[in-house]
Design a protein. Sequence first.
Lengths: 231, 87
Amino acid sequence: MPEIYTAPKKKAKSKTKTSVERAPARFFHHPTYKAKIEKIIRPEQRNKSHWSSFVAQPKTLNFETQERKERVILLLRRHFITNLSWILTTLALVMAPFLFLNYFPFELPFRYRLIIALVWWLASFAFAFEKFLSWLFNVNIITDERIIDIDFPSLLYKDISETKLDQIQDVSIRVGGFTRSLFNFGDVAIQTAGPKVEIYFEAILNPEQVSKVLNELVLEEEQEKLEGRVR
Amino acid sequence: MDNSIIPADDLSSLASFFPAWLSPWIFIKILFLIGLTLYLAFAGMVVRQVNLMTRTLQGGYDRTLKLVSWAHLIVALGIFLLSLIIL
């Protein structure tokens, strides 16, 4: 019997996935809003190192509760100048053995003074490392879906708060004081309709820019709801 | 043991309570070792903390931070062994 029709064979989909398989986020499909956000964020602010306190549109940054199609727009940390106090404290701690070990209440053999000095410097390093980790990992993330506040208040304790963009009711900025005005950092307070009434971005760089980005994102969410583009 | 630095009136009165072969410095050494053991536990917790943090936020600095935390633990272990030997 001659073949009348032979359906083309479908190619099997590759089962291997990249570590983060992600379709372009719906926000970045909309050219108007993408252009508006990219106008707010200056070109020199994009693609900065992930160690920075203001990271715009990072390409290789992921977080634990991130959804597959969710794109990070801003990663914010406290301004680096807020670390000055513990940096100076660490320097003082490092110098302390040279100043005080010779004046111990009673004379210690050299081997005991050596061990005390080594442990003191190790503990000083641990203090500085803990403070640095606290600065590096206490972050605020703005994605095209929500805002997330990741906190590590103490050792082995994690606190993640998040709010969807459509639950944001008000965004306000507080910048005050000589240092904050000089280095352009301040607080952004976000009133929400969610379980957590207020999310606070503390001592972040360029708070006005962050506020503009949030307002644009909230407008986009409202527009999407009207147009029925909700996911 | 070298006791020549210690003022005689401080330790000789203490030493008279102990047998000749037992020096009061043994107890000080034991206190040091207990303190260093607690510090080793803290150093282990720092390693766990870094693992927890890098699992929560992956930004390309995971390897460096894990290396630093493990180096801290190894140095703490080294100081513990050093004090075990020289004290």
